[in-house]
Design a protein around this ligand. Structure first.
Ligand code: PLP
Length: 360
């Protein structure tokens, strides 16, 4: 019998979230951001729905090549651009749009034969100080690219460091607009947080990631309050029950000690499945559709939960680690991280299931 830890991926939820992007940014085209195997959701199963996007954006060249072999014909944008000259050749051969964020990548482009029609997204560092040309260097880079016959289009691009914070884009947006003054070409700036909060940043192409998967880009606003539906449900079952007396401890390190008699359940899911080990006692979890809390330390294959609010729970009862009853963002907040990290960390041994209707 397989272990019971599994994820269920809802294609209708993805469709809804993509439609929500269209509603928020009706005039822009949308790159669906699918790096890290669609934030851990599994890209292949999502492609029939993502076909409604205008293109896919990711960072892994092997995956881009797989997409072309699989039959994806729409644009593909490489968000970190080429890592070596061979990537430029591949991009020219199979038609990948390339981000350019540093001079060496322009050197590589110069070596490509002139008939290849490359589509370039030239990245400005607008304050994040991760990738991109500084404001003072940007126009020179643009001119170098413009002079290359192999380059047909240059989209003007940046990425916000603080779009999830109050007034988090105005400074970066001002830098962007100042640097781009008089330059032709389309504009691409907005991630999920900017799509939701900063219509002035929508421009020609938006780049939604986390919101497509139904998690929140904001620390303090729930995905549900943003009109998003969770695409991933992570669930397992109870494989044990214990009755504790006052003073009994639970798990490695005995970090939880019962202060009264209580029932606990043992769930077949641990950090080797992708559940965060740092989730402390009190992290929300649901059993039999009732919310309760984890207790003690998460171990490799198991974790313990409080069954006091759920007396009907028995060995075999269904447990939701995250999904509709327990938003992934709540588990993430409890564990001191973000929903992005949790969905990306689902382990290979977890069973995967895809649904096209409400049933699981
Ligand atoms: C990952 C990424 C995005 C998507 O960000 P979300 O916060 O998930 O919407 C957009 N643009 C770039 C350059 C990225 O790397």
């Amino acid at each position: 019998m397989p272990r019971t830890a599994r994820i269920t991926i809802s294609r209708p939820a993805l469709r809804h979230n993509l439609q929500h992007v269209r509603t928020l940014a009706p005039a822009a085209r949308a790159w669906a951001v699918v790096k890290a195997d669609a934030y851990g959701h599994g890209l292949e199963a999502l492609l029939p729905v993502l076909d409604a996007a205008d293109g896919l954006a990711l960072v892994e060249f092997d995956r881009a090549q797989w997409l072309r072999e699989y039959g994806w014909r729409k644009p593909i944008l490489m968000l970190e651009g080429a890592f070596e000259p061979a990537d430029v050749e591949l991009a020219a051969r199979i038609g990948l749009s390339l981000t350019v964020h540093e001079p060496r990548q322009i050197d590589w482009l110069s070596a490509v034969p002139p008939h290849n029609g490359l589509d370039i997204h030239l990245k400005l560092n607008s304050g994040m100080n991760r990738l991109g040309f500084a404001a003072a260097e940007y126009r020179a880079a643009w001119q170098r690219l413009r002079a290359l016959q192999s380059v047909t289009d240059i989209t003007l691009m940046t990425h916000f460091a603080n779009a999830d914070l109050a007034d988090g884009v105005s400074q970066a947006l001002a830098v962007f607009d100042q640097v781009m003054q008089g330059l032709g070409g389309e504009r691409s700036l907005a991630n999920s947080a900017a799509i939701i909060d900063w219509p002035a940043a929508h421009r020609d192409w938006v780049r939604p990631g986390i919101m497509l998967y139904g998690a929140s880009p904001f620390g303090s606003r729930s995905a549900a309050s943003l009109g998003l539906e969770p695409v991933m449900r992570f669930e397992s079952r109870l494989i044990g029950r214990q009755r504790l007396a006052a003073g009994d401890a639970v798990g490695y390190g005995s970090t939880f000690v019962a202060d009264r008699p209580m029932s606990i359940g043992i769930v077949a899911c641990g950090y080797a499945d992708g559940y965060p080990r740092h989730a402390p006692t009190g992290t929300p979890i649901a059993v039999c559709g009732v919310r309760t809390r984890t207790i003690g330390r998460v171990s490799m294959d198991m974790l313990a939960i409080d069954l006091e609010p759920v007396p009907q729970a028995v060995v075999g009862s269904p447990v939701e680690l995250w999904g509709e009853q327990v938003p992934v963002d709540e588990v993430a907040a409890s564990a001191g991280t973000v929903g992005y990290e949790l969905t990306c960390a689902i382990a290979p041994r977890v069973l995967r299931h895809v649904t096209d209707d409400g049933t699981r």
